[in-house]
Write a protein that binds this ligand. Sequence first.
Ligand SMILES: [Zn+2]
Length: 408
Amino acid sequence: MPLLLLFFIGYSYAARNTVVEGIRYSSYESHTRVVIDLKGPVEFNQNRIHDPDRVFFDLKNTSLSRKIKKAFSVNDNAIKKVRVAQFKKDMVRVVFDLNKIKNFYAFILEKPSRLVIDVYPQKGNKPIKNQKQKKKTVIKGKSYEIKTVVIDPGHGGKDPGAVGPRGLREKDITLSVGKKLGKILKQKHGMKVLYTRKRDKFIPLNERTELANGNKADLFISVHVNASKQRSVRGIETYFLNWTNENQAMKVAARENGIPLWKMKKMKGGLQMILQDLARSNKKEESMRLAHSVQSSMVNTLKKKYRKIEDLGVKYALFYVLVGAEMPSILVEISFISNREEERLLSGDRYKTRIAEAIASGIGSYIMEKALVASPDMKHREVSFTESPVSVEGPAALLSNVKSSDGY
Ligand SMILES: [Zn+2]
C-alpha cells in the first residue's frame, strides 16, 4: 500500500496563539468524531503515516491549555488512541493512533471555533475491548456543560421600572416571569438556578452580575419589560452587550440603566476596556447566539397563540447590568408595558407562563447546539480534560516515526 500523504491548509484565517482548550470524541457505528475545541480560528495541516497507521494534525499558531489531558484511549473501531502535545513553540500537534480505517475528513466549525475530524473505519472492524476503561472517562466536556443559570428579574424595591397606562409595574412582571422561568429550568432542564432577587427588593445593577460571577454561573438572563412613549409600539426583543450608535437601542439601554440618553451617548470614551474585553473573549459571540435562540423561541412560541406578536429582533446596546458578566449573558424585553394590549396580556398569568416556557426552551436549544457537534442519535462518550493526565507524552513521543511533507 503506497504511503498516502494528505496535505492541505484549512482556512484563510490567521490566528496568533489560539488556545487549544479541549478534545472530545463521540463513537458511532459508522464513524468516530473527534472535536478539538479552540479559543479562536486556526489553520491546520494534516497528514497520514503508516506502520503503525496514524494521522496527525498540526495546528498553526496555537498553544495547549494546561488543563488538557495529553493522551487518552478511544479504543473503538476507528481510533485506538489520541495524543496531543505542544509540538513546537507555536504549534500543537494532535495524533490519532488508528485501527484499520477507510478515510477521514477534517473541517473547521465556527462559533465556537473547533476542528472536527470524522474518521471512518473499514467495514468489519471490531472495537477493541478494554476492560480497564472505566466509566470515569465518560464525562461531558467541561466547557460545554451548562449547570448554573442566574435569572435576573429587572428592577425591584424603590425602582419600579416602567409603569403601564393602567399602572402595571415592570418590577412585578419581571419577578413573576423570572420565577416561572427558574422553575422550568430547574424541573425540565435539571439546572441549578440562582436569582438576583426573589422578592420586591432593590438590587444595584453591578451586584447582579457580581452574583453571577461569584457563583461561577454559566448563563445570565436578565428579564425586563419594554416601554415607549408611543403607545402603539409593541413586540419582543433580546439584547446582548455591545456598543451601539443606533438611537432606538440606546434609548432602551438608557432607560434600563437609569440614565438620560445624552449621557448614554457620551459614554463610549470610558468604555474602551469593556469593548476590548468583549472583542477578545468569545462571550459576545456566545451571548449573541444565546440571544438569537431565545428571541426566536419567544417569537415562534407566542405567535402561535397571539396573532399580533411582533419580532423586534436581536439587538445590542450598553446595558450596565450585563457589563462584567463572565458568562454569556442576555437581556430580554418580553413585551411593551406601555402598549395597552400587551399590558393587559402581561397582567394575566397565562401569557407570562408562555413567555417563561419560551425563554426556557430557547436556552435549552442554545445548550443543545453548543453541546452537539455530532448528531444526537448515538451514544455519547465525551472525555473531560480536567482530569489529571493518565500519561504525559511530550513532543518527542509524538515525533517518533513521523515524516511528512512538512518535515515534521
Ligand atoms: Zn427594565
